[in-house]
Design a protein around this ligand. Structure first.
Ligand code: NAD
Ligand code: G6P
Ligand code: MN
Length: 433
């Protein structure tokens, strides 16, 4: 039977994952699911773990659920390791959001300074997990969901010996589902050719039953109600002349790059009125865990769909299933470029449509990205690489360099000031500095 190990098992998303394993049991017979957390997440792990057990019992499936704080025991002989942890918990995320806002800069968990600092906290932990995997489950696949997923995948490829790594995000699947809804067709009939980076991914074309509907979808993207696709980023709608001439499908995070001023103003206003996203999520999470505690609950509650990562299990379980069954279907994931995108180094991580087999994802060759977006994608890749280097070396100047070259940073001095304040605020979780 298959052994799955989930690091950050106390996450409120775990019931999604369990729902996915239940749905796909015929194709993917999971025998053991090990949910791992740390001391600080012990209570969450208990609550969510017990819900997982009730869900599996209700489904009548022979999947054993193990709850543990012993990561090494959980990793031993695992077939797939999924990671969904948050170093420093939501308190750290709130700082990632609040501090940049003081400087008039984007405060967001995966882009700009927040993305840099989440990466600096996360990368040493994932590299430590990779070392354990080398020893305890060298043949396992690492399916990383932990943000910033692109930078984390880049760091694993560059600084660990684990080659069987795939980074995963729910944005591409969210775009397919959202567009299916806008076009009022079943999601299975929609296909998008994706290329770019995590949270910087473009749809090069979009099809219904194999026929391009790109022109129609481009028009839809001018409506502010049609550009969100995830609960945590509310898009503002594109200028028709911009999106028509760009002639690509944008992801929600592009709002931060092409509507920078408006989005920052909106987020700062929102932070004053209702709190930053981390502060909103803290409340949402409390409500969710109250529901999870109910001994009569044995399904994933629909309230989980208020979280930005909704439907990620769909993406995770279909990826694991396709690797396990050597399916050869096409899925968008973060993997080593290997020549798929000409304007990105071969050894870097990209987010791109891939054929998924037992050897893992094989990226579909795109060639060069359109000239209008090529530079921005390369710039973000440079940011991710230098940020990963700073995370590994703990070098202060490298961290300042990473933030200064980020297109969301207005100046080298502001970059240095933000780095100083954030290094101090997060020092407990940044032992390398
Ligand atoms: P969360 O705050 O609930 O954290 C999940 C669990 O991780 C917690 O129970 C916590 O105790 C645990 N944890 C913290 N440090 C740990 C460590 N060193 N080892 C093991 N466990 C540890 O977070 P969440 O909202 O469930 O999100 C989890 C992660 O997934 C975050 O990194 C988030 O950014 C990411 N995420 C990614 C996507 C995507 O599209 N890739 C979508 C949503 C969330
Ligand atoms: C998004 C993304 C994630 C992001 C998350 C936030 O859609 O794909 O990478 O970090 O959802 O969701 P939250 O509910 O925690 O704000
Ligand atoms: Mn994501």
């Amino acid at each position: 039977g298959i052994k799955i190990t989930t690091i950050g098992g106390g996450s409120s998303y775990t019931p999604e994952l369990v729902e996915g394993f239940i749905k796909h049991y015929d194709e993917l017979p999971v025998r053991e699911l090990w949910l791992v957390d740390i001391e600080a997440g012990k209570e969450k792990l208990e609550i969510v773990g017990n819900l997982a057990k009730r869900m599996i019992e209700k489904a009548g499936l022979p999947i054993e659920v193990h709850l543990t704080l012993d990561r090494r025991a959980a990793l031993e002989n695992a077939d797939f390791v999924t990671t969904q942890f948050r170093v420093g918990l939501l308190e750290a995320r709130a700082k990632d959001e609040r501090i940049p806002m003081k400087y008039g800069v984007l405060g967001q968990e995966t882009n700009g300074p927040g993305g840099l600092f989440k990466g600096l906290r996360t990368i040493p932990v994932i590299l430590d997990i990779c070392k354990d995997m080398e020893e305890l489950c060298p043949n396992a696949w690492l399916i990383n969901f932990t943000n910033p997923a692109g930078m984390v995948t880049e760091a694993v490829l560059r600084y660990s010996n684990i080659k069987k790594v795939v980074g995963l995000c729910n944005v591409p699947i969210g775009m397919e589902m959202g567009i299916a809804k806008l076009l009022d067709v079943d999601h299975s009939r929609i296909k998008i050719d994706f290329a770019g980076l995590n949270h910087m991914v473009y749809g090069l074309d979009v099809y219904v039953d194999g026929e391009s509907v790109k022109d129609k979808v481009i028009e839809l993207l001018t409506d502010p109600n049609n550009t969100s696709f995830v609960k945590n980023v509310k898009g503002l709608g594109w200028e028709p002349s911009f999106i028509r001439s760009l002639n690509l499908l944008t992801c929600p995070y592009h709002n931060y790059y092409y509507k920078t001023k408006d989005m920052i103003e909106k987020d700062i206003k929102k932070a004053k009125e209702e709190g930053t996203r981390a502060e909103v999520v803290l409340k949402l999470e409390k409500e969710l865990f109250e529901l999870y505690k109910d001994p009569n609950l044995a399904i994933k509650p629909p309230q989980l769909e208020e979280r930005g990562g909704a439907y990620y299990s769909e993406a995770a379980v279909r990826l694991i299933t396709s690797i396990y069954t050597d399916k050869g279907d096409i899925q968008p994931v973060n993997t080593q470029n290997n020549g798929a995108i000409a304007s990105i180094p071969n050894d870097s991580a990209v987010e791109v449509s891939c054929v998924i087999t037992k050897e893992g994802p094989k990226p579909i060759v795109i060639g060069d990205l359109p000239i209008a977006v090529r530079g921005l994608v390369q710039q973000i890749k440079s940011f991710e690489r230098i940020a990963a280097e700073a995370a590994v070396t703990g070098d202060y100047d490298t961290a300042v360099l990473a933030l200064t070259i980020n297109p969301l940073t207005p100046s080298d001095t502001i970059a240095r000031e933000i780095v100083d304040e954030m290094l101090e605020a997060h020092k407990e979780h940044l032992p390398q500095f």
